[in-house]
Design a binder for this molecule. Sequence first.
Ligand code: NAI
Length: 249
Amino acid sequence: MGTTETKVALVTGSAMGIGLACAKAFAQAGYTTVLADIKEPSEQALELKEKGFLAESYCCDVSDVQAVKEMLDWVSTRYGRLDAALNNAGIQTPQRPMAEITDEEFERTVAVDLKGVWNCMRYEIQLMLKQNEGAIVNTSSQGGVTGFPGQAAYIACKHAVIGLTRTAAIDYAAKGIRINAICPGVILTPMAEELIRRNPSLKQELLRDIPAGRMGRPEEIANAVLWLCSPQASFVDGHALLVDGAFSI
Ligand code: NAI
């Protein structure tokens, strides 16, 4: 097993959007940060390294359990520990009413948005159990506690991620591992931009409905994730934290 003097963080889906902002925040907070994504995130890791931060990239499809196992084996061999993990990789289904979503679209959404979180947590927990501590955050959504038109498969997964988070938190609370979910509202990332591009009137509807009167920034999610993984949140466990400008109220 390798060793490192810094804390180690793993962020999936970190080539862009919320994951990239979170990876930057972990690196800036002094963590050795592994940026993992299905799209090679080496440029993003290099950019952090050039600024003097400790970052590494790893290409991994979170829906592939063998690839996830290999990634966590790699983290274990290279660093010998894992202090914080953000299971954030996600995709959206095309926006259509439930009965018009194909089985293939449903299955791919479940494979990434739910099974991907399951795969990562399983091996992250095994590594954290060896050190009797660690913090995991799973990216759910404001849609994990409400509904959203035309996104039945995605929303079903985001609800399930909260159930998975709560139950795993109970299972591992006494072992020093805290497991929480983050529930972003509408955050301006490539995913949200794509949703708006496909349905241009959505932007005005959202801005009207979000009490804060604006969409969130990826950095606003990163601040909350960093806090959830910090000692300041040492008794926060099994929680689903909404960061949504009061949209869901
Ligand atoms: P994004 O589309 O901008 O970034 C998602 C990242 O995940 C990309 O880098 C993509 O390559 C990666 N990814 C996709 N499939 C993957 C796979 N199988 N394995 C590994 N990496 C994979 O999305 P965004 O907006 O940054 O979303 C991040 C998370 O936040 C997602 O779980 C999303 O559902 C959630 N979320 C986003 C909201 C928003 O308004 N942007 C609102 C609520 C939740």
